[in-house]
Design a protein around this ligand. Sequence first.
Ligand code: HSE
Length: 310
Amino acid sequence: MPDSVLVHSPATLSNLGCGFDVFGLALTAPYDTIRLRRSSEPGVRIQHLDGYGLTTDPARNVAGVALLALLAEVPDAGGFDMEITKGIKPGSGVGSSAASAVGAVVAANALLGNRFTKMQLVGFAMAGEVVASGSRHADNIAPAIFGGFTVVRALEPALDILALPAPPLWVAVVHPQIELKTSDSRKVLPPAVPLGLAVRQWANVAGLVAGFLTADYDLIGRSMDDYIVEPARLPLIPGLAEARVRALAAGAIGGGISGSGPSIFMLNRTEAVAQAVGVAMGSVFAELGIEFNTYVGPVGTAGARVVSEV
Ligand code: HSE
């Protein structure tokens, strides 16, 4: 068994419009890089090789907490030294915390002879996500582990996650440099939903799953609308409504807030359209004087993976 592994753990989209806390989609980039080394000294030690200044306290770091949850199941495993290089900016809304937590447990599993299933790894990584956002959700973790399109069907009484194929899609993501914490973005959500809106929403949920399974891009496009969560979050992201208008005019299939924001994503049929959509969305933030980053890439069919071992 190797003593050290290097893992790439990708950014992910969650919600995908109508599927709040349920749908997820893996990207190929950006990704976090986790180097994990076996150690005879029990416990977890963390070093950051990036400039984000995240905590190195394993009890407060999302990757540390996830690793400690896994280690609790393997009392004789010794300990780990972990180096984290974040390629995904924290707080961007593309699953930054989930990527680090997932990278850590995928690396540990490789060092421990792959004794845990992917479903179990989701459970460990979720412990980290609770630290990051204060809520228990797996919609970024599931695609980071399984790749492709995922449905978190249930967390209780047991994790039930569906890993489904995604048709070829190109994703454009624009990340306006606005600070928006997931915990704050969840505080604005309505505690109850009128039945009529719920009916429209679950009709879209069914349509989106069917669209993914049959590669029906038009069905995907007309099923993405979120009548419940996005309207509540709209005021938190200046430029969102206009970015959507321009993205659709540039040929996007559909999109919306990426996770809890502030990033905005659009799904597209081709790379060329995705590039044009990225430019169209970016123009809104340029006009508003808000700095932004743009990512364009294909959907990731694989989740976090070991890229080298020693
Ligand atoms: N589904 C979550 C939300 C994702 O929208 O709040 C945030 O990580």
